[in-house]
Structure formats: structure tokens, C-alpha cells
Write a protein that binds this ligand. Structure first.
Ligand SMILES: *[C@@H]1O[C@H](CO)[C@@H](O)[C@H](O)[C@H]1NC(C)=O
Ligand SMILES: *[C@@H]1O[C@H](CO)[C@@H](O)[C@H](O)[C@H]1NC(C)=O
Ligand SMILES: *[C@@H]1O[C@H](CO)[C@@H](O)[C@H](O)[C@H]1NC(C)=O
Ligand SMILES: *[C@@H]1O[C@H](CO)[C@@H](O)[C@H](O)[C@H]1NC(C)=O
Length: 439
């Protein structure tokens, strides 16, 4: 009788969960450093709250973080399957599933699957076992970390959806393709799904809609097309990364209903205006990444209500109109980027008084005036206003290009909202701390 123990003793599993998240490989060639940094920040927060803290994750955290009791230290009775002896019936059941998946892997440059032999599934590279929530005496495949394995396979169907006890599936930076089986919605414990930087295509994997346990969904850097179902924004996700796909649709107005801390819609084909409803996310949203889409229209003053935001990047879209003064209400703002749009008018001086601002890029727009406070930011290297229409500054667009632009004026409705400071005169009427005026 072989004595097989799981790798998942309490503390090692917690460290594992943390490292799974922290070691996520982000393709630097595609993402900005900022995005990478954000990912790590989010990951670190998650590993503290989600991996190992009962109060946040109830059943799943006990799945990952409980110390094995004395009785569980004894190996359970082995189950025979042919010549193979499994530590638990649940491992015997997934053995053929794993072997079938192994047989469809077309490339394994790191030789990972060489370890996928025999009955000791808990020691296969990339597989991690733990006690399933519904039976504390059993051992099951609880987690998969294929991050960076560079495996190629035409599909995950018949594999991921057939692992009944899986809680975390991280397969960042492989060459998996196909679509995601709707059967993943039947996985009761799945709460983290990371298939970023693969070659998945087809529509948004709508099987995840209504998976109430799911808190982390990362499908960045794939070839998903079509539209993102608006319901995903009302689902209880902490993390939703969908940037760098081929999603094409107007941004839904319920965007702000999401609880996510980071809204990553960059590098898709989103169209239409930034919805006013984005303001509903005021409590949580810290980073908004909308760059490299086809967003149009004028900026709603409501973006100034996102008081927790430290980063707002809507660069390289087709946004127009003036810059709303309300941005000055985002006191925590460190990076603001509207480069490469059709914005015009005066840069509101009050925005240049933001104390935490490290970078304000307005390059490649049609601004015509910058005041003294903003000019001091140019001197300090904070404000980049190159390639605009400011007569007395260097590196501006040609007079002809500027004149051309202004012969077709792009009017915005509700002109008064562009000078409105919601933090000074909140709609409720109750005064909240006003922004610091100029020195
Ligand atoms: C034993 O393994 C075979 C394939 O090797 C599989 O078809 C069968 O379902 C397994 N039996 C059990 C009890 O899991
Ligand atoms: C729990 O798992 C153990 C080990 O696989 C098994 O022997 C036992 O029958 C299971 N209990 C229930 C209630 O399913
Ligand atoms: C879902 O699972 C069922 C039964 O396991 C199978 O017949 C069906 O083909 C699966 N559907 C998909 C889309 O994989
Ligand atoms: C989607 O965006 C990419 C890059 O921004 C662009 O090259 C492509 O033409 C767009 N696709 C459509 C259908 O608009």
C-alpha cells in the first residue's frame, strides 16, 4: 500500500495560493508596466484576504487554509483502479480526465507533463490537492496552476469542466485555444479563473454569469469577440480583467454597478461614450483603464465622483469636448491620461492643483490654453501637453491642422457641467471637503 500525502498542509497551501497569484506572468510586451504593477497589487491584496482569511471566504478558505487534523494525517484507504492505487476515490475519478487532457496537448516545451504519470496526482506538476469542502476526510484536486507552462492544447473542454472539486484554475501564458465549455458553470467551488494570455476565441464565456462563488475572472490577452454581457458588471466579482481582446460594443451604463477595484477595458474595440453610470462605482473603483478603444463623445462630469481613483487612462480614443473641472475632485489621482483624443479648450487650472498628481498626459489633443498653474506642472515634467494647439508653446500641431479641427466644432451638451465641482457642491447639498484652491 502506498502512502500518499497531499502537498496541501495548511501553511504551504496558503503560501501556494499567494504565490499563484503573485507569480502570474503578464506579457510585458503588450501591457504597460502600470498594468503589471496593478495586477500585483490586486494579487497581493487578494492573497491576504481571500487565500487565508475565514471571514472573507467562508467555505473556500477552509478548503485552503485549515490545518489538517490528526485523523487526516492518516492516509485514507486506497482505491484500486487496475494496477494504480489512489489515495482517494476522487483522485481515481479525475485520473482518466487528466490523462485524456494530456493526450491532446500538442506542445510542452518545458516538459511539464512528464510528471503527469501514475496515481500520485497530487504531485503532478501544476496540480494541488486539498480536502474538499463537502468531505473533510477526502482528498481532491483543488487547484491548478499552469501559469507560464507554455502548453498548447486545442481546448480545455472535457478537462476543466470535469474537475468537480476545482477551486482555483490559473493557466496564464499558455497556448490554449477554443472556447470555454458552458459546463464550467457546474463547478461548485470554482472561485478564481485565470485564462489570460492564451488563444481563446469566440464570444465572452457567458457560463461564468451567475457563478455566484466566482470572485476572480481574468480573460485578458485572448481573442474573445462580440459583446460583454452587462450582467457581468452586477456580478459579485472583485477582479474582472478583460483588456486586450476584441470586444466590440458600446460601454454599458451599468458599468459602475460592478464592485471591481480595477476596470480594465483597454485595448478592445469598445465604442460610444463613457457612461455617466460609471459614477455609481465611486466607492470602490481605484483604477480605470479605457485606453486604445474607439470611445467617442464628451466626458461626463461624473468621472470626477470616482473619489477612490488613483489612475484614469482613456488615452487613444476619439473623445472630444473640454476636460471637466470635476477631475479636480479625485484627490487621490496620481495618473491621468487623455493623450490621443480630440479634447479642446482650456486645461482647467483646478485640475493642475491635484496634490498627488504624478503624471497628466494631454498630448495629441486640441487644447488651446494652459494657465500658470498648469504651466508649472509642465516645468516639473508632470504635464505633457505636446502636440496640441497652444500658440506659445513648443512641439504643437501646425496652425493649419488646428484651424481644420476648429472649422468643425464638436459641441458638448450641458456646458455648465464642465466647470462643476461635485465635491464642492455635491448634489445632495451637504458640503463635503472642498478641493484645495491654488496656492
Ligand atoms: C479506472 O481508470 C479507467 C481508465 O484508466 C477509468 O475509465 C475508470 O473510470 C477508472 N475507475 C474508477 C473507479 O475511477
Ligand atoms: C468522505 O471521503 C472519504 C475518503 O474518500 C470516504 O471514505 C467517505 O465515505 C466520504 N464520506 C462521505 C460522507 O461521502
Ligand atoms: C457538458 O457535459 C455534458 C455531460 O457531461 C456533455 O454531454 C456536453 O457535451 C458538455 N457540453 C459542453 C459544451 O462541453
Ligand atoms: C479593433 O481595434 C483594432 C485596434 O484598435 C483595429 O485595428 C481594428 O480595425 C478594430 N476592429 C474593428 C472591427 O473595428
Amino acid at each position: 500500500m502506498s502512502s500518499i500525502s497531499t502537498k496541501a498542509t495548511a501553511s504551504t497551501f496558503c503560501i501556494l495560493v499567494a504565490s499563484l497569484i503573485l507569480n502570474t506572468v503578464v506579457p510585458l510586451s503588450h501591457s504597460t508596466n502600470k498594468e503589471t504593477l496593478d495586477f500585483f497589487t490586486v494579487g497581493r491584496d487578494r492573497s491576504q484576504s481571500k487565500g487565508c482569511n475565514n471571514e472573507f471566504h467562508g467555505i473556500s478558505s477552509s478548503f485552503h487554509c485549515q490545518k489538517p487534523t490528526a485523523s487526516q494525517a492518516q492516509p485514507p484507504l486506497p482505491k484500486k483502479n487496475g494496477t494504480l492505487v489512489f489515495a482517494d476515490q476522487r483522485l481515481a475519478v479525475v485520473y482518466p480526465i487528466i490523462q485524456r487532457f494530456k493526450s491532446i496537448i500538442t506542445s510542452d516545451p518545458l516538459g511539464v507533463t512528464k510528471s503527469w504519470v501514475g496515481s500520485d496526482i497530487c504531485n503532478y506538476k501544476g496540480f494541488f490537492c486539498d480536502k474538499p469542502p463537502d468531505n473533510q476526510s477526502a482528498i481532491a484536486v483543488a487547484s491548478i496552476d499552469f501559469n507560464g507552462f507554455q502548453l498548447s492544447a486545442p481546448t480545455l473542454d472535457g478537462f476543466l469542466d470535469q474537475l468537480p472539486d476545482i477551486a482555483l484554475f490559473h493557466a496564464n501564458s499558455n497556448f490554449f485555444s477554443g472556447t470555454l465549455s458552458s459546463n464550467i458553470s457546474k463547478l461548485p467551488y470554482l472561485y478564481e479563473l485565470d485564462i489570460s494570455n492564451n488563444q481563446f476565441s469566440g464570444p465572452f464565456p457567458s457560463a461564468v454569469l451567475g457563478m455566484n462563488g466566482l470572485t476572480f475572472l481574468d480573460i485578458r490577452f485572448n481573442f474573445f469577440t462580440g459583446s460583454v454581457p452587462p450582467q457581468i458588471f452586477t456580478q459579485n466579482l472583485d477582479v474582472l480583467f478583460i483588456n486586450n481582446n476584441n470586444f466590440m460594443q458600446a460601454l454599458p451604463d451599468n458599468l459602475g454597478s460592478s464592485h471591481v477595484l480595477v476596470l480594465t477595458l483597454a485595448n478592445n474595440n469598445f465604442t460610444g461614450p463613457i457612461p455617466k453610470g460609471i459614477a455609481k462605482a465611486l466607492g470602490s473603483l481605484t483604477e480605470v483603464l479605457l485606453s486604445n478603444n474607439e470611445l467617442t463623445g464628451c466626458l461626463p462630469y461624473e468621472i470626477g465622483i470616482l473619489k477612490e481613483a488613483t489612475l484614469f487612462d482613456a488615452s487613444n480614443n476619439e473623445l472630444t469636448g473640454p476636460l471637466p473641472s470635476s477631475l479636480a475632485c479625485i484627490e487621490k489621482l496620481e495618473q491621468l491620461n487623455f493623450a490621443g483624443n480630440f479634447l479642446y479648450g482650456m486645461v482647467p487650472e483646478v485640475v493642475c492643483t491635484l496634490e498627488n498628481l504624478e503624471s497628466l498626459s494631454l498630448s495629441n489633443n486640441y487644447f488651446i490654453v494652459v494657465g500658470p498653474l498648469c504651466r508649472s506642472l509642465i516645468e516639473r515634467g508632470v504635464l505633457d501637453i505636446s502636440n496640441n494647439c497652444i500658440p506659445d508653446l513648443p512641439f504643437q500641431k501646425s496652425v493649419r491642422e488646428c484651424a481644420n479641427f476648429f472649422t468643425n466644432p464638436r459641441k458638448c451638451p450641458n456646458t455648465w457641467t464642465y466647470t462643476y465641482l461635485p465635491c464642492k457642491f455635491p448634489p445632495s447639498g451637504s458640503p463635503i471637503p472642498s478641493i484645495a484652491p491654488s496656492p
